[in-house]
Design a protein around this ligand. Sequence first.
Ligand SMILES: [Zn+2]
Ligand SMILES: [Zn+2]
Length: 173
Amino acid sequence: MAVIRVIEIGDVPKKYMDVLTQELNRRGYIHKFVVDRKVPLPQSAYDKYRGQYDAAALLKLARDPKVLLITNADLYSGNLNFVFGMTNGKGPGIVSTARLDPAFYGNQMNFGVTSERLVKESVHEVGHMFGLKNCEDKRCAMAVAQHFSDVDEKGLDFCKQCQVMLASDGTRI
Ligand SMILES: [Zn+2]
Ligand SMILES: [Zn+2]
């Protein structure tokens, strides 16, 4: 059985890590998701003008494609003002909780909302790690999210078409 290590970068509440790995392990992928060590946020990845961390620089910390990084840091990538997450080829992947939390937009912090969005965006990056591409179906976990409302619109799973692609690739049971 292949293992994907889930590594916390910075400071993510433990209950998010627990719900996330529990949900990922429930989805029937052939991979098992295991919470690994915790790594401090490296200052070298911080852009003080943006007040954000460079997602690509953080991905370099993984050193292994079978790693999913979860961080509380607000991420940017290249010309994009922010990203919820990104994946380097077929891994490693990274997801940030920062903009998934209603508190970021001045609303009250909400564990249920944030953890559901975290699972969706993590399933999305895991899909890339399994070889899936972004999907046109807005209900599919592989739909691109540029706003939290896009995250709320999509489901927690891959659409039928994406599932078929996974099956033919042998990455999923
Ligand atoms: Zn994507
Ligand atoms: Zn799809």
